[in-house]
Design a protein around this ligand. Structure first.
Ligand SMILES: *Cc1c(COP(=O)(O)O)cnc(C)c1O
Length: 231
């Protein structure tokens, strides 16, 4: 993708966020864009970084670590947003700033043990499986409280909020209903942990619905970089 196209797509995405905030009577400053750079090369990340984009999301551990090391840019903030295999937690703890997909207690202990003492606390979101889809990652809503307590008690981790990837829905009101459900879980959790501040929801095809329901970190790939190549 050439730079002009990328620049246009970036501006269009920021405009969408702004319009969605306006429609929801929210301050656009309260919604951040996470650029999902999975399958895109380090050059694409660098190009977007020159446009002021700082936060990037990766789904595959070795691919993400490769880009983090290749770019070695201390201004960039890296989020892991893919499913986590337990044997990959060390690389996550050593290289990423955020892990959005913590969904079981075993991961909490491993990430805490493996976060280097020289690094700041690892920012953690709990991934919630709102649709009860068996094959999908994410904890059941009933498991949020136990996970949150474990993360809160882990000295090398910092609980920041919730994340979800709902099943695809086409109608706006259906998209909004599931994000409203997520927001209710977030509000509930915040009564116990007032410092939590991040609700990661919304992607290229449903960011308007997520923003309408209170998301403050939208994860966007396709709308920025174009369609991904099929593996
Ligand atoms: C790929 C991915 C995205 C981005 O999806 P697009 O539809 O390309 O915007 C967001 N979140 C997660 C967890 C993803 O895996």
């Amino acid at each position: 993708m050439d730079f002009t196209t990328l620049k246009l797509a970036h501006q269009k995405t920021l405009d969408r966020i702004q319009a969605a905030c306006q429609a929801a009577q929210r301050d656009p400053e309260t919604v951040a864009l996470l650029a999902v750079s999975k399958t895109r090369d380090a050059e694409a990340v660098e190009a977007l970084a020159t446009l002021g984009q700082r936060a990037f999301g990766e789904n595959y551990v070795s691919e993400g670590v490769g880009k983090i090391q290749a770019l070695a840019n201390p201004d960039l903030i890296w989020h892991f947003i893919g499913p986590i295999q337990s044997n990959k937690t060390k690389l996550l703890a050593e290289h990423f700033d955020w892990v959005q997909t913590v969904d079981r207690l075993k991961l909490v202990k491993r990430l805490n043990d493996q976060r280097p003492s020289s690094a700041p606390q690892l920012n953690v979101l709990i991934q919630v499986n709102l649709d009860g889809e068996e094959q999908k990652a994410g904890c059941a809503p009933s498991e949020i409280a136990d996970l949150a307590q474990a993360i809160h008690q882990a000295p090398r981790l910092r609980l920041r909020g919730l994340m979800a990837i709902p099943a695809v829905r086409q109608a706006l009101h259906q998209q909004r209903a599931v994000f409203a459900d997520l927001k209710a879980h977030f509000d509930q959790l915040q009564t116990q942990y007032p410092h939590i501040d991040t609700l990661s929801a919304g992607m290229s095809n449903d960011m308007e619905a997520a923003i309408a329901e209170g998301a403050n970190l939208v994860r966007v790939g396709t709308a920025l970089f174009g369609p991904r190549q099929k593996a």
